[in-house]
Design a protein around this ligand. Structure first.
Ligand SMILES: NC(=O)c1ccc[n+]([C@@H]2O[C@H](COP(=O)([O-])OP(=O)(O)OC[C@H]3O[C@@H](n4cnc5c(N)ncnc54)[C@H](OP(=O)(O)O)[C@@H]3O)[C@@H](O)[C@H]2O)c1
Length: 157
C-alpha cells in the first residue's frame, strides 16, 4: 500500500529518537516534510541522526531529554518550542524493557521501567499538550503516538 502525507510546516517532537523505532519515526516524519525535534539522553547519537536527516534536506534539531526527570521534560519541551516552534505532533516513544524472568525482577527494576514507560510518557504528553494547546485550554491539534506498550510481554514467567 502506498500513501503520501504532507507535514510541511509542522513540528514533530520525537522522544527516544537516538535508536530503533524512534530514529525511524523521525526519518519518516522528516521525509514527510515536518521539522523534527530529536530527544533522548544520548545527545551524540541524536547529533548523528540530525546530520543524516540534514543530508537528506530535512530540518532536525537536538535536545537532551531524560523522561524520568520532570525538570528535564520541561526544559526539553521549552527548548523545542523556542528553537523550532509549537509542537504539532508528539511521538512518545522513549522506553525501556527487560528480558528478566518475572521472579528476578526487583522493586528497583520495576520502578525504573514504570518511571520511564508510564510516568515518563504521561508527563511528556502532559507537558507537550500544555505547550501546544492555546491558553483557553481547547485542543488545537495534538496527535500523540505512544510506543512504550510492550513491557509486560517482554517479562518471561
Ligand atoms: N521494538 C519493538 O518490537 C517494540 C514493540 C512494541 C513497543 N515498543 C516500544 O517502542 C519504544 C522503542 O522501542 P525500540 O525497540 O526502538 O527500543 P530502543 O532502540 O531501545 O530505543 C529506546 C529509546 O528510548 C530512549 N530512552 C530510554 N530511556 C529514556 C529516558 N529515561 N529518557 C529519554 N529517553 C529514553 C533511548 O534513548 P537514550 O538511551 O538516548 O535516552 C532510546 O532512544 C519503546 O518504548 C518500546 O517499549 C517496541
Amino acid at each position: 500500500m502506498s500513501y503520501s502525507i504532507d507535514l510541511s510546516g509542522r513540528v514533530a517532537f520525537v522522544t527516544g529518537a537516538s535508536s530503533g523505532l524512534g530514529a525511524q519515526f523521525a526519518r519518516t516524519l522528516s521525509r514527510a516534510g515536518a521539522a523534527v525535534v530529536l530527544a533522548s539522553r544520548r545527545v551524540e547519537k541524536l547529533k548523528d541522526l540530525r546530520a543524516q536527516i540534514e543530508a537528506e534536506g530535512g530540518d532536525a534539531h537536538v535536545t537532551q531529554l531524560d523522561v524520568t526527570s520532570l525538570a528535564s521534560i520541561k526544559s526539553a519541551v521549552a527548548h523545542a518550542e523556542t528553537e523550532v516552534g509549537s509542537i504539532d505532533i508528539l511521538v512518545n516513544n522513549s522506553g525501556v524493557s527487560t528480558t528478566q524472568r518475572i521472579q528476578d525482577v526487583s522493586e528497583e527494576d520495576y520502578d525504573y521501567i514504570f518511571d520511564t514507560n508510564v510516568k515518563g510518557a504521561f508527563f511528556v504528553a502532559r507537558r507537550s499538550a500544555s505547550a501546544c494547546w492555546p491558553a483557553r485550554g481547547a485542543p488545537r491539534r495534538a496527535p500523540i503516538r505512544a510506543a512504550a506498550s510492550s513491557t509486560s510481554r517482554r517479562w518471561r514467567a
